[in-house]
Structures are given as C-alpha cells and as structure tokens.
Design a protein around this ligand. Structure first.
Ligand SMILES: Cc1cc2nc3c(=O)[nH]c(=O)nc-3n(C[C@H](O)[C@H](O)[C@H](O)COP(=O)(O)O)c2cc1C
Length: 303
C-alpha cells in the first residue's frame, strides 16, 4: 500500500507535505507545462509588491559552495498587473497556489494581500524576511512583524503564513508575535544573508554585494529554527524550508516538527524535482514501515 501523504497546515488540508517554495517556481503557471504539479500539496508564487519592482541589476545569481547566492530583489509586476495577468490562469492549475506578499509598510502588505485574495489564491505567505530589500527586515523585530501580520489579518480572511528569516538569533519572540497577530502558520525559513567574491575581477558576485544564501548548507540552520519554534509553540503549524535535496530531507523536517516542507533552489537546477522528492519520500517511508506522514510529524527524540 502507498503511504498516506496527507497533512494539514493549520486550516489548510494538503494532499502532500511537499510545497514549492516562493520565488523558485515563478508564478507557478510556468511550471505547469514542465513538471507534475500533482505531487505538491501547494505551490507558492513569487512574492508580489504593491507597485512594480524592477529588482536589482545583474549579476543576481551566483553559485557559492554547495549552495547559491541570489540578489534578485523581488522583481515583480506589482499586484494590479499580477491580478489581471496571473490571477485568471491559476484556476486551471493542478495544485493550490499560495500567494506571497512583500512590502515596505503594513499598509502595503495589506493592499497586496487583498489583491492576492481577489486573484483566488488558497493562502497567503507574508514575506517578512526578504534579504534583498533596503531598510530594516521586518522579521528581525517582533513588533514590526506583529504590525505587518495584524494589518494583513484585518485585510483578508484567507489562511495566513509568516515567513521568517534565519538571520535571527532567537526566532521564538518573532514567531510568538506573528501568532498573536493572527498568523495561521510559520514558514521557517527564508534565505540567510551571504556574499561572494569573484577573485578574477575582485568584484562582489552579486550587484547588491549582500544577497540571500540558499540550498543544502541552509538545511541545518533552518532545522534549528523548526526545532526551537516547535518546542516553544507546540500548537503552531510550521512549513520547514531550506536545502531540501532528497526525500530524506523532507522526512527530517517532518520529524523535527514541521507539518509540511518547502523546496526551493533545487527547482532551478531540476524543475521536475518534485516528483523525484516524493518518490524518494515514499520509498523511504515504505522501507521504514511508516504508513503516514502524520505519524512522522514531531517525533524527534530529544534528549
Ligand atoms: C532565486 C530565488 C528567489 C527567491 N525569491 C523568493 C521570493 O520572492 N519570496 C520568498 O518568500 N522567498 C524567496 N526565495 C526563498 C525561497 O523561497 C526559500 O525560502 C529559500 O531559498 C530556502 O529554501 P531552499 O534552500 O530550498 O532554496 C527565493 C529563493 C531563491 C533561490
């Protein structure tokens, strides 16, 4: 028998614990013709802002060790264009699409969230943790995070997730603030700040100098947040995110206490990775006689 892959993230029932992470599958519509979307529980579209953002100039991507640096700066068409151009194409997709909101102020986040809701997304992830924005990162400050989440909560009725940064020393006060403000789940985590140097030109590898580091080196860092937040807020649903490369990585996040697991960077090298990841997870579950994802979640044997 095939193991039961169903899970839930707060009010959201998912057929699979695998989620496509924001920014790595475009607006999801691009992936539809290329990959099997039925293996995902949800796919998160690239973050959208109130006005169009052009993003940073090239170079914006650079391989770095076993991971990748990006300094894209949330290039996006703005919520109005997104609503008219992307919104109508979401309905026929084989996967629930979650929108992702980004902004410079609580009001901007709320405006974007309203536009995403009108576009028919199933949930909204509030991107409090973009590493490539000028100004302070909301996720580093519990009260700033609380204000943004509360503003979005007042604006829309959809399930809301808050996406936090791994650049925190302690994520728990921020996680608590987001929960108090009405977040239904947390996504742990976004990319971590990093930089690279081109020794030939002696220039930074990214035009913005500092960017977001993602891929396999991020997994232990993000897992630390999943474990700590799970212990501090036992009832808060968590989407683990960072460095997923194999089906076993998904199992690790589930055991650590995540209800679902997002994979990002892997899609850039391997757009059809979702099917392989789920096949590997199923193989692993069969081999270890795990009959359901539900029975795996939060089973970490802590000392
Ligand atoms: C090229 C690129 C673009 C990204 N854009 C976004 C974005 O628009 N919004 C967001 O919340 N996260 C964005 N992320 C972060 C990913 O969603 C994810 O949190 C992070 O990359 C860690 O997961 P990974 O190691 O599996 O990639 C982006 C990541 C990459 C590599």
């Amino acid at each position: 028998m095939s193991p039961d892959l169903t899970t839930s993230v707060g009010p959201l029932a998912l057929r699979s614990p695998l989620i496509a992470a924001s920014g790595t599958v475009g607006s999801v519509t691009e992936l539809a013709g290329v990959a099997d979307l039925s293996v995902y529980g949800a796919a998160v579209a690239k973050s959208v802002s109130a006005e169009p953002w052009s993003g940073r100039p090239a170079p914006r991507l650079a391989p770095a060790g076993a991971g990748m640096l990006n300094g894209i700066g949330i290039q996006n068409p703005g919520i109005e264009a997104w609503r008219t151009e992307v919104g109508p194409r979401l309905e026929g997709l084989e996967v629930p699409v979650w929108g992702s909101a980004v902004g410079h102020s609580p009001d901007e986040f709320a405006l974007v969230a309203k536009g995403l809701e009108a576009s028919g997304v199933a949930a909204i992830e509030i991107n409090l943790s973009c590493p490539n924005l000028d100004g302070d990162m909301f996720s580093l400050d519990p009260s700033a995070s609380e204000e943004v989440v509360a503003s979005v909560r007042r604006a829309v009725g959809l399930p809301l997730g808050a996406k936090l940064s791994p650049n925190l020393i302690d994520a728990v006060p921020v996680a608590q603030a987001c929960a108090t403000a009405g977040a239904d789940f947390l996504t742990l985590t976004n990319t971590i700040w990093g930089a690279g140097v081109d020794i030939k030109t002696r220039r930074p590898q990214l035009s913005g100098v500092i960017g977001g580091y993602s891929g396999p080196p991020l997994k232990p860092i993000a897992l630390r947040f999943v474990i700590e937040v799970r212990q501090a807020l036992p009832q808060m649903p968590i989407v683990g995110c960072g460095g997923v490369l194999t089906g076993k990585d998904i199992a690790e996040y589930l055991i650590a206490g995540a209800q679902a697991v997002a994979a990002g960077t892997i899609h850039l090298a391997e757009p059809r990775a979702g099917k392989r990841l789920i096949d590997e997870l199923i193989d692993w579950m069969r081999k270890h006689r795990v009959s359901s994802v539900g029975s795996l979640i939060n089973t970490l044997d802590l000392p």
